[in-house]
Design a binder for this molecule. Sequence first.
Ligand SMILES: Nc1nc2c(ncn2[C@@H]2O[C@H](COP(=O)(O)OP(=O)(O)O)[C@@H](O)[C@H]2O)c(=O)[nH]1
Ligand SMILES: [Mg+2]
Length: 298
Amino acid sequence: MSLNSGYRVALVGNPNSGKTALFNQLTGLNQKVSNYPGITVEKKTGRGLFPGGESFQVMDLPGTYSLVPDSLDEQIVADQFLAWSLGSDPPDVLVAVVDTSNLRRNLLLVTQCLELGLPVVLALNMMDRVRRKVTADQVEHLRRALGAAGAVPVVAVKGEGLDQLLAVVEETVRKRPRPTPLYFGLKKPVWEDLVHFGTSALGWSPVWSQALAVRLVGKEDFLSGIVIPHLADRDPAEVDRLRSTLASVRDQVPNWRSILAGDARHRYEQIDRILAETGWSEAQPHLVRSRSERIDAV
Ligand SMILES: Nc1nc2c(ncn2[C@@H]2O[C@H](COP(=O)(O)OP(=O)(O)O)[C@@H](O)[C@H]2O)c(=O)[nH]1
Ligand SMILES: [Mg+2]
C-alpha cells in the first residue's frame, strides 16, 4: 500500500437510490458495519481498489431526501455535512448516488450536496430503468449545469459502469479540484447578516453560508439541534451573537416558517430548467411528486 492511499470517498443519496448496492460493488467483502454512537443507525465503511491499484476508504451514509433533516437518519447526514464544513476531516470526494428513474426528486439532495464545496461525482444509477436512451452529451450537459466533478451512468446491481465510475472518482481524488459551487436555493437580502456570520465567524464559503442561513431561519430547531452542538469549543459570546443575529433576522421575516418550502420550490425550478435544457425530462418514465412538493402543496 502506498503512502498516499488514504483517499476517502463518501456515498450520499436518497433512500433506495442504490447506495448499498454500489457500496457492495465497490468494497466486496471488505466491509465493517458498526452503529453511530448511542443509536441503532448503521454506520458502514469499507475499502475499495482504484483501477491504478491504490485502495480507498468508502463510507455509506444513511439515505436522506434533504440536508434539512426530518428524521434521525437524515439528521446524521446533516450533522456529518456540518462537521465537514467546520473542518472535521472531510472526505476527498462525495459520490452522489442518483436514481435516474426518479431523477428530478433525487437532484434536490444533489443541489444541496454540491453547495458544500467538495468535489461531487454523480453515480447516475438505475439506468436500466430509464426507458429512452440517454446520450453521453446529455450526461455531460447535466454534469456541467450542476457543477459536478464527474457524472457516470451505472447499473449498480449489475456492476455496469463501475469501472468508469472508479476511473472518474480516482481522477477526481488525484487532481483535487477545488470546485466553485453554484447556489441553487432561495436568496434574500434580509438574511445577509447570517450569511456574513457564516463566512466571517465560521469560515464557511459564501455558497454554504447561504444554504445554512436559509435552514437556520426556516427550521425551528436547526440552530439548537444541529448547529450549536458543533460549536461547543467556540467562544460562547460568538454563539450568543449567532443566536441574536438569527432572532433579529426572524423578526424581519414574519413568514419564516414557510421559507424552506420556498427554497425547495426554487431548487425544483432550477432542476426543471436544467432537465429541460438537457432533454433529460423526456427520458423520465414517470415523475413522482417529492416529499418537499407534497409539503409545498399543504
Ligand atoms: N433495476 C435496478 N435496481 C437497482 C439498481 N441499484 C439498486 N437496485 C435495487 O434498488 C433497491 C434499493 O437499493 P439499495 O442499494 O438497497 O438502496 P439504498 O437504500 O440507497 O442503500 C434494491 O432492491 C436494489 O436491488 C440498479 O441499478 N437497477
Ligand atoms: Mg442502504
